[in-house]
Design a protein. Sequence first.
Length: 110
Amino acid sequence: MKKLPKSFLNTVNADVTSLSKKIKSKNLLPPDYNCKTYYRDLTEHDYFDALVVIRHYVKTASDIYFGEVVGAKNTDLFMMTPSVSSPMGPGSDSEAVPIKFGKLDTFLVD
């Protein structure tokens, strides 16, 4: 069985070591929600920085494993909804795009 490339694993190890030090030096918890500052917290708080690093490696490792090791092809999955009034939830300004998916009449959300 093929394995993940050593260069990728070395990069992951270096980032995990760096992230571990950051986590140990701080009590890395999400900031208290404040609707007036949340947009700024997303870009400035160490908690969200850690989530970005973790998400990056989960996606990258998955892409490498399934693409190179398993030989699977990557494809995008689209969100579909039976609703046209508010496809992404209350207050959404997105518009559904009607499509036929096999025998199903549905909508893609933007």
